[in-house]
Design a protein around this ligand. Structure first.
Ligand code: IPM
Ligand code: MN
Length: 384
């Protein structure tokens, strides 16, 4: 059995607090499941590191992170004394958003954000069918609206013109959409195995057991809309067992609220996926429980990066009230992903996931970060 190595990256703000809980939980799991796992806690990327070293992370950060099989990140971003543009972009155009550097630098081109309603979480929608919500949003993570190209002409004058370029390539689109269809198939197989099938209408009127919904804004942004449409049709032909659907992003936002139970796998561009996943997270009980995974499905030798969908929440940082469960659900995703390398990790992933689901179902009143952590620790230890 290989010993796998992971790095914990607490980052900024509440990232520090929720990661302390995740580390304790990880220790319990290593112990209880005899996991062949070694971990390091790294002080970067972080704004504090930036204060002391003038950069969010060391120059050799990417090669050092590549030594690990997986990374768990708390949160990044600290308002400090800087204004937003100063905070996110250095004068030479280098992004201070190290999250984007990590996703790009490690070639993690797919971001998976599952949104599933678990009893006991906040039900924001009045319609009880919203409890059947179980969707997976797959977000493009390498290009699109996030390429960081553009500029400011006549900056800081009343004639200022800001440009922001969007780039969509066939290669990135094809691998993303193909991955979405693969995941749809896999989800259908998992549902069949647990005897909880779902039905989606195929274009031919016949039912299918899974669905991929493509998101674009092709009525206003026809260039990349046409590329996405063409690739979607091309890839879909290889998956006749999967139903296909398309929504414009604005209509999708409406339908996520109106009838979120109708969605299965949703595939979207970088920015559309960013926006829709905050919406999906709230339908699934809020950012306090929403996990995410940044992956390179074509090259699992790249370390995958797992993180809660929430940010560093400077408004509540240091108060010990952040919900650590989004990070713990992300840790469960990480352990599940590691199961593909060493199957023993599947058991630990399932144990943690089920413990979190029961913890939610118990409907405990809101309490502090460490209290939630201690409760879950207890349940993990006691449950074995
Ligand atoms: C997210 C965040 C990031 C994004 C920000 C911090 C750059 O909102 O992970 O969803 O937009 O990707
Ligand atoms: Mn976001």
């Amino acid at each position: 059995v290989n010993t796998l190595r992971v790095a914990l990256l607490p980052g900024d703000g509440i990232g520090q607090e929720v990661m302390a809980v995740a580390e304790a939980v990880l220790k319990t799991l290593i112990h209880g499941h005899d996991l062949p796992l070694a971990y390091d806690v790294l002080p970067w990327p972080a704004t504090d590191w930036h204060r002391r070293h003038g950069a969010m992370m060391p120059e050799d950060a990417l090669p050092r992170l590549r030594e690990y099989q997986a990374l768990l990140l708390g949160a990044l971003g600290d308002p400090g004394p800087l204004s937003d543009p100063q905070r996110y972009w250095l004068p030479d155009g280098v992004s201070l958003a190290p999250l984007l550097t990590l996703r790009k630098g490690l070639d993690l081109w797919a971001c998976e954000r599952p949104a599933r309603f678990y009893p006991g979480t906040v039900q924001y929608l009045a319609d009880d069918r919203a409890r059947d919500l179980d969707m997976l949003v797959i977000r493009e993570n390498s290009e699109g609206e996030y390429v960081g190209q553009g500029g400011r002409l006549r900056a800081d004058t009343r004639e200022e013109i800001a440009t922001q370029l969007e780039v969509f390539t066939y290669t990135a689109t094809e691998r993303l959409i193909r991955h979405a269809f693969e995941r749809a198939r896999q989800r259908a197989a998992e549902r069949a195995a647990s005897d909880s099938p779902r039905r989606f209408d195929g274009a031919d009127g016949e039912p299918r057991e899974s669905q991929v919904c493509l998101i674009t804004k092709r009525n206003a942004q026809a260039f990349w809309g046409t590329l996405y449409d063409r690739v979607f049709e091309e890839v879909a032909a290889d998956y006749p067992d999967v139903a296909t659907h398309h929504e414009l992003v604005d209509a999708a936002a409406m339908k996520f609220v109106q009838a979120p139970w109708r969605f299965d796998v949703v595939v979207a561009s970088n920015l559309h996926g960013d926006i829709l996943t905050d919406l999906a997270a709230v339908l699934a009980g809020g950012l306090g429980v929403a996990p995410s995974a940044n992956l390179n499905p074509a090259d699992p030798s790249q370390p995958a990066l797992f993180e809660p969908t929430h940010g560093s929440a400077p408004d509540i940082a240091g108060q010990g009230i952040a919900d650590p469960r989004a990070t713990l659900f992300s840790l469960a995703l990480m352990l599940e992903w590691m199961g593909e390398k060493e199957p023993i990790f599947y058991g630990a992933a399932q144990h943690l996931h089920e413990t979190l689901v029961s913890d939610l179902a118990a409907g405990h009143p809101a309490c502090g970060t460490d209290e939630v952590g201690a409760r879950i620790q207890g349940a993990l230890g006691g449950g074995r």
